[in-house]
Design a protein around this ligand. Structure first.
Ligand SMILES: *Cc1c(COP(=O)(O)O)cnc(C)c1O
Length: 224
């Protein structure tokens, strides 16, 4: 299938899931995950209307941002993979969003290193909602305290929470647990608007639970 067709099919899936959940058809943003696909694939998706792209690996993302520099003002780049503290500077300089913040030290470095000429860097805290030892993200119990600290950093804008639930029978409970954590931040008075939850396989379930941004790679670009 052409990228323009699979992109449209994905948008249709998202709109249908919103309607099925009693939400507005445009309540959920699509982040197109371009990891492992070349700049030409991003260009094609951009031509078909995609405006936000997610990359997992810092070096690969920086290279693609450079290759597509003529589009820089027209699209958003999101880092959705893990971030080590020795890689924060180029990320603070080149990306618009970072979804994988799970420690205060990383957030502080991103805030210090965000260039003054750019708007604040948008960040989500990554939650290890499945509790699997192999997964990155902070434990759910630590989210409220870190959220307050990150929200106070001057060069960051805390947008919300991100997670990669475990596929299988536990997924629905994990989606709902993320929605409760997100609601708790709002009840705490934090100005958050993004629950980054749902991928190609589980976007309907994530939208039913309250996701506001789905991160979709395979359904748009094909298998990696
Ligand atoms: C790769 C990846 C995605 C996209 O997954 P698909 O199953 O290809 O849609 C979403 N989020 C994260 C964090 C990823 O690493």
């Amino acid at each position: 299938m052409a990228i323009s067709d699979s992109l449209q099919a994905t948008k249709n899936r998202i709109a249908a899931a919103c309607v099925a959940a009693g939400r507005a058809p445009d309540a959920v943003r699509l982040l197109v995950v371009s990891k492992t696909f070349p700049a030409g694939a991003v260009r094609e998706a951009f031509a078909a209307g995609a405006r936000a792209f997610g990359e997992n690996y810092v070096q690969e993302g920086l290279a693609k941002i450079g290759e597509l520099i003529e589009l820089r003002g027209q699209l958003e780049w999101h880092l959705i993979g893990p971030l080590q503290s020795n890689k924060t500077r180029p990320v603070a300089e080149a990306f618009d969003w970072v979804h994988g913040v799970d420690r205060l030290k990383i957030a502080q470095r991103l805030s210090e290193q965000r260039p003054p000429g750019l708007p604040p860097l948008n960040v989500c805290l990554q939650v290890n909602i499945s509790g699997e030892a192999s997964k990155s993200g902070l434990p759910a119990a630590e989210v409220p305290a870190l959220a307050r600290q990150v929200a106070a950093l001057p060069r960051l804008k805390l947008r919300g929470l991100m997670a990669v639930p475990e596929p299988g029978p536990e997924a629905a409970a994990q989606h709902q647990a993320m929605a409760r954590l997100f609601d708790a931040l709002k009840a705490d008075g934090l100005d958050v608007d993004t629950l980054s939850l749902g991928m190609s396989a589980d976007l309907e379930a994530a939208i039913a639970a309250g996701s506001t941004m789905v991160r979709v790679g395979t359904a748009v670009f094909g298998a990696r």
